[in-house]
Every structure is written in C-alpha cells, then in structure tokens.
Design a protein around this ligand. Structure first.
Ligand SMILES: Nc1ncnc2c1ncn2[C@@H]1O[C@H](COP(=O)(O)OP(=O)(O)OP(=O)(O)O)[C@@H](O)[C@H]1O
Ligand SMILES: [Mg+2]
Length: 321
C-alpha cells in the first residue's frame, strides 16, 4: 500500500541521506551551516569533526528532534519532514547515550520498545540480541551493564525495526579498545548486510578504520566529503629520505625551487610535498642530493593518515582537540 502514494518513487534515490543548504542556528551560533551532505547507500559513513563542530545537532535535525532553519533533506529518498514517518520506520538511531530502564533486563527493555513498533519487531528481539553478542547477559538488569553493553543493547534496539539506515552519534564514546573493536566489527557486519551506517565521531582513527566515506565538519560546515581513499589521494604526501649529512641535504633542497617543507629527522629528512606531486619530484630530490655528493640510503613515501589530512583541512592545526 505504501508504494501507491505519489511520493513513493523518492525512496529509490542513490543516497541514504541527502541534505541541501541545511542550516540550524542557536542565536548567532550557526551549529549546522549550509550543509550539503550526500551519504551513499550501503556504506559506513563517518561525520567527522572536533567537539562542538555540530555533529549531534545535524543528527538531531535529520531525525526531526529539532527543526532546521533552512535547507532541505531526505532520508532513504523520503523527503523529511514531509514523509518523516515513512522514513523513520526504516531508520534506527542512537543519539547521545542510549537510554534504558535500569531496573529491567536487556530483554525486557527490548520487549517494551518492540511493543511500540510493528508486530514483526517482537519477532526480531532474539535475533537482535544475538547479533550484538548480548544473549548471555539478556536477563541481567541494565543497571549492571557496562557502557559497552549499553551501547550494544542500543544497537539491538535499533535492529528491532530492521532498519536500512542506522544513525549513530559517537558510537565509540566510552568504549575501551576491545569495545571499540567489537563496535567496529558490528558496524561492518551491518554494512555487509546492505544497510547504511552513518556515524558521527571526533575520533579520526576510528573513522578511518571503520568507514568507507567521510564528511569532515568544522564550525558547522562540511569542508570535504567523499570516499576516504579518494580524499587521501588528494592530500599532501610526505617523503622520508635516509641520507648522509642531513643538515647539508636540507640546505641543498631549501635552495631549490621544489618549494617543499624539509624537516630534519634522525638519520635523514622528511619532506612535505603538495597534493598531486608526482613521482618525478621524488626522483628529482634523489638526483639533487646525489649530484651534491650525498649518499641516499632510502627514499620512502609515507602514507598520509586521515588524521594528518584532517589537520590540514581544518583550522585546528596545533590544537590538541
Ligand atoms: N540546545 C542548544 N542550545 C544552544 N546551543 C546549542 C544547543 N545544542 C548545541 N548547541 C551549540 O551548537 C554547536 C554544535 O554543538 P553539537 O553538540 O552539535 O556539537 P558536536 O559536534 O556534537 O560536539 P561533541 O563532539 O562535543 O559532541 C555548539 O557550539 C553548541 O554549543
Ligand atoms: Mg555531539
């Protein structure tokens, strides 16, 4: 029946989340600033930014927990707020910490949540507990759960609706390294099943390990977005040079037109090259040094991590957070 409405064709679009010009202000503070976001279906997508960047606010706007001041958005192809009920029936979300009744067991909490949903949700309780590895603790009170177990129960609660899209706000928060590892595996399994997982995080390393694509947000604005591999390909690279007389090598390179930043390192140099610098430049560095009588033992291009790239593209260089 649902598919017979005039808007049903919207549900076929390529994007799990699509926003245009999305803006949310708190007084003069623009928490979500003209955001153009395209989250492809069937991937793990990281919404990455430092504290206060506007990640939670964007998620709250997407879920209709707070209204947007400007812009348009759709979830799974359904325009919201116009078709919010239809969209949210296929979306599972955890915003802030998942909230449960502490005096009830994990299973009882899921039973309450399932009762508020369609009939099929009740039949998904056991499978959901199984999926998040909580079967053995399902009959313990939630008040006795660790943070990691609560997060897992939160994901189990999301799965009751058999969602096509999961939106998780900082799912790694409060988890120890083993808990993060489990969460990452769980997210990847959900994606392997064809679901889309959009997560927010300020943990660069986790996003790099967990996600296929990313949007980097700072001061409410999306600065870059796309597949992680593509973004990194457009980033500056670093070349480590192992050589004799590093100080002399540094001054030789500084006197050339390479325009690269050259730092002294133990037994060599590290050279920062601009995005798009070809292998010819690395060969040129070698030639310049060798012609000046410097022995080059090693020339190694170092993979730029998302973290250093993130620091390049945000204005937070040198800040600890
Ligand atoms: N209800 C609110 N009223 C007023 N200002 C708010 C409100 N919620 C958020 N803000 C402001 O909006 C900006 C974005 O906040 P938000 O919580 O979305 O950031 P975040 O990226 O989720 O940060 P964190 O990594 O700390 O969770 C901040 O400047 C914050 O102070
Ligand atoms: Mg937040």
């Amino acid at each position: 029946m649902l598919d017979e409405t005039p808007d049903a064709h919207f549900a076929d679009g390529p994007w799990a989340v699509e926003t245009h010009g999305l803006t949310k202000r708190f007084g003069d503070n623009v928490a979500v600033n003209d955001v153009e976001l395209l989250v492809p279906r069937g991937c793990a997508f990281g919404y990455l930014g430092p504290n206060g960047a506007g990640k939670t606010t964007l998620i709250r706007v997407l879920l209709g927990l707070t209204h947007a001041d400007a812009g348009t958005m759709s979830l799974l192809g359904y325009p919201v707020p116009r078709q919010r009920d239809r969209a949210l029936a296929r979306v599972g979300a955890i915003v802030d910490e998942p909230r449960f009744h502490g005096h009830l067991t994990g299973r009882q909490n899921l039973q309450i949540l399932a009762a508020a949903r369609e009939r099929a949700a009740r039949d998904r309780i056991e499978a959901s507990l199984e999926r998040v590895g909580m079967m053995h603790r399902a009959d313990d009170r939630v008040s006795k759960y660790s943070m990691g177990m609560r997060q897992r129960l939160g994901v189990a609660a999301c799965l009751l609706g058999d969602p096509q899209l999961l939106i998780l706000d900082e799912p790694m928060n409060g988890l120890d390294p083993a808990g993060m590892h489990e969460m990452r595996d769980m997210i990847q399994t959900l994606v392997a099943e064809g679901r889309t997982v959009m997560l927010s995080s300020h943990l660069l390393d986790e996003v790099e390990r967990t996600c296929d694509a990313v949007a980097i947000v700072d001061h409410g604005k999306v600065i870059r977005q796309g597949p992680i591999a593509e973004l990194l390909a457009g980033a500056a690279t670093k070349v480590h040079v192992g050589c004799s007389s590093p100080e002399r090598a540094q001054s030789i390179l500084a006197a050339t037109a390479l325009g690269a930043q050259v730092d002294l390192e133990t037994a060599g140099l590290s050279i920062h090259l601009a995005a798009g610098t070809g292998r010819d430049t690395i060969a040129e560095i070698n030639r310049l040094l060798v012609e000046d009588g410097i022995a080059v033992y090693q020339l190694q291009e170092v993979q730029v991590s998302l973290e250093s790239w993130f620091l390049q593209v945000t204005s937070r260089l040198g800040e600890s957070e």
